[in-house]
Design a protein around this ligand. Structure first.
Ligand code: HEM
Length: 216
């Protein structure tokens, strides 16, 4: 179906057309165009879903954060940005060196496969004070490589952040008494490049227990 849409001159429109047409008016090679469309779908779905799982797990495990997510403008976004910094869904990424390069005193030949530890960049104690602590509103929160860097930096970063922000704010609004079920057995996807909770189990605090509420 994707191949048919990419090759259909009359029918291709929207995102598919934008991906297929090069700025100089030529068409992308069919295989590249289909791969690009496919990657946008794959790259945009499970990554964001996993980010949302981690955002919900961390916030539901922190009653103050859960209360602030629905009550305080900007808090849900700030929490999401912190999770992207400290617990991004993509932990590593591969690169191949185009030419010989020296990295930290080590000469890496052209054509070498590298595994970049993206996640580590958000936990660098020389950049972030108390890096393991989720601390919303850090001024330098985006100084990390969770969405990559350079010309291939993730084009979906903005929608991903927006989706996770809405998911957290809405969940905290609809389920104000939810809190993480700490006794639920942990269930984590722990692949080389992908990490996230496979499920987030919450229970509802009893109605008469006072909510912590946002700090005054
Ligand atoms: C939390 C969610 C996401 C994370 C953590 C993430 C992370 C990344 C990373 C690390 C890269 C590689 C960047 C590089 O090579 O320097 C990338 C590339 C890419 N991402 Fe995302 N992504 C997310 C969401 C999305 C969404 C929502 C979309 C699409 C709507 C998307 C589409 C893409 C595409 C098409 C590329 C390839 C860009 C290129 O090679 O030029 N991603 N992403």
């Amino acid at each position: 179906m994707l191949v048919a849409q990419v090759t259909d001159n009359a029918g291709a429109r929207g995102l598919i057309r934008a991906l297929r047409d090069r700025p100089d008016g030529a068409l992308l090679d069919l295989r590249v165009a289909v791969a690009a469309c496919f990657f946008v779908v794959i790259g945009g779905q499970s990554t964001t879903g996993r980010l949302i799982s981690t955002v919900l797990r961390t916030a539901a495990g922190n009653p103050e954060a859960w209360a602030r997510a629905s009550a305080e403008d900007g808090f849900a976004r700030a929490w999401v940005e912190e999770v992207v910094r400290r617990e991004p869904p993509i932990t590593t990424w591969r690169r191949i060196t185009r030419e010989e390069v020296e990295l930290s005193g080590v000469t890496v030949p052209a054509g070498a496969g590298l595994l970049l530890m993206l996640m580590g960049t958000g936990s660098d104690p020389e950049v972030f004070a108390d890096p393991d602590h989720l601390c919303p509103y850090r001024s330098n929160v985006r100084q990390n490589l969770s969405f990559g860097a350079g010309p291939h930096r993730c084009p979906g970063a903005r929608p991903a952040l927006a989706e996770a922000e809405v998911a957290l704010r809405e969940a905290a609004t609809v389920l104000p008494r939810a809190q993480l079920e700490k006794d639920a057995p942990p269930s984590t996807l722990g692949l080389l490049s992908f990490r996230a909770p496979l499920r987030v189990v919450v229970r509802l605090r009893s109605a008469n227990r006072k909510s912590p509420g946002p700090p005054s």
